[in-house]
Design a protein around this ligand. Structure first.
Ligand code: B16
Ligand code: MG
Length: 227
């Protein structure tokens, strides 16, 4: 395992809680289709693409629709979602995220945003955090969603670093799996019960320091080096 060079951050659930806006928009679509969509159902949408989210929603409602209708519904949901997103301000950046990003950069690590969202560019502009990332790879650039490692491997390639020199911060189990498939250290953001496969789990970026990150890295390196 190489030395640590880059920190890759998921967006929703790590940097900002956009899940609540995805939820109200999807719930409205479900109501229009005539069924209920609960917060528990919404958990299944975290980290997955917009079209896959719609497929899960339709599964919950027991509906099968043709492709043209699905495309129109996904567009409608996105317009609703953006109507909420456009009201966002920098106060919605999750606690500790800005400081941790700055500390990583000051420590010499490159930073990247690695997200399934196609709306990432507008979100980080509104939150005024775009300058904190060397690279942004979003849902417009990747064809395979997590647990496929494509989004993380594209970040590593754009940054010019080896995947094995990267750490990923992720709130979704599929993202932890994707990081590991890509040969990266995976730090879970959330609860250990949901992120059992992560190398370390913290409740949020306010609860991890660069020193703790280095310790997790050294710990992983020694594990990997064991015969
Ligand atoms: P959009 P992440 C993901 O963001 C969300 O968790 C997921 O719920 C959403 O469906 C996906 O982005 C696509 O978002 O509709 O904006 O393209 O966790 O990968 O940062
Ligand atoms: Mg996420």
């Amino acid at each position: 395992m190489s030395g640590l060079s880059a920190c890759l951050f998921d967006l929703d659930g790590v940097i900002v809680d956009t899940a609540k806006y995805h939820f109200v928009a999807w719930r409205q679509i479900a109501h229009e289709l005539g069924f209920e969509f609960t917060e528990q159902n919404n958990e299944r949408l975290k980290g997955v693409s917009r079209m896959r989210s719609l497929e899960i929603l339709l599964e919950v409602g027991g509906l099968a629709l043709d492709t043209a209708t699905k495309v129109a519904l996904a567009e409608k949901k996105n317009a609703l979602y953006l109507s909420y997103v456009m009201q966002m301000t920098p106060t919605e950046v999750l606690p500790g995220a800005v400081d941790f990003l700055k500390n990583c950069r000051q420590s010499g690590y490159k930073t990247a945003l690695a997200t399934a969202s196609r709306n990432a560019a507008v979100i980080i502009e509104l939150l005024k955090i775009a300058p904190l990332f060397d690279v942004v790879v979003d849902g417009n650039r990747v064809t395979h969603t997590k647990p496929d490692p494509e989004v993380f491997l594209t970040c590593a390639s754009d940054l010019g670093v080896s995947p094995t020199a990267c750490v990923v911060f992720e709130d979704a189990e599929a993202g932890i799996e994707a990081a590991h498939v890509g040969g990266m250290l995976a730090i879970g953001i959330g609860s250990p019960a949901n992120l059992a496969k992560a190398d370390l789990v913290v409740p949020g970026l306010s609860k991890i320091s660069v020193e703790q990150l280095r310790a997790a890295w050294d710990n992983k390196k020694s594990t990997v080096a064991k015969p």
